[in-house]
Design a protein around this ligand. Structure first.
Ligand code: GSY
Length: 182
């Protein structure tokens, strides 16, 4: 269902991960850069979790988190902004599934389903990944009416649970960013 007209505000959910360099600082900088975009406002950030690598396991632990934002951008425009932030923060793609300075994945966007070569919405693998679901569950309100809340709760209880995902610290954004909520 794409019940949407352009330039309307949509809520979107993003997963973030990093396992090279100063992981926390990089994630905070990515959030700051997203929020600086004139058509993006960060609404909520999850805690930060330290997670065992999934897929290619011979690499450092990740810090993962999730955030909710509001945007007037179309999904592919938002993806372009996210990819540019990844590049600007030094992400290089050497090994598929390998270590990375920062990774931003668009998970879900209000009222949108999409299947293009660049982007599938909802994210096709988010229900399999505890490192995505655990942070996401923190920031999806139970009152959310589009089905994301029951989807996340069901995926968490029917999947591999929370194994390999450890609460690391609270998110210090916006206090660490100089951003004012007013
Ligand atoms: O898909 C995101 C990159 N990634 C991650 C990740 O973010 N966290 C964990 N724990 N394992 C991962 N494997 C890959 S690839």
């Amino acid at each position: 269902m794409n019940s949407h007209s352009s330039s309307e505000n949509s809520e979107a959910y993003i997963a973030l991960g990093a396992n090279l360099g100063d992981r926390e600082a990089t994630l905070l900088e990515a959030i700051h850069r997203l929020n600086r975009h004139p058509e993006i406002t960060i609404l909520r950030c999850s805690s930060l979790y330290e997670t065992d690598p999934v897929g290619y396991v011979d690499q450092p632990n990740f810090i993962n988190m999730a955030l909710a934002l509001q945007t007037t951008l179309e999904p592919e425009q938002l993806l372009t902004v996210m990819l540019q932030i990844e590049l600007d923060l030094g992400r290089e793609r050497h090994i598929h599934w390998g270590p990375r300075t920062v990774d931003l994945d668009l998970l879900w966007m209000e009222g949108r389903t999409l299947d293009t070569p660049r982007l599938t919405l909802p994210h096709p693998r988010m229900h399999e990944r505890a490192f995505v679901l655990v942070p996401l569950a923190e920031i999806v309100p139970a009152t959310e009416t589009t089905g994301l809340y029951p989807y996340v709760q069901h995926a968490l209880t029917s999947g591999g649970g929370k194994e390999g995902v450890r609460l690391w610290k609270e998110c210090s954004w916006p206090s660490a960013s100089g951003h004012s909520a007013n």
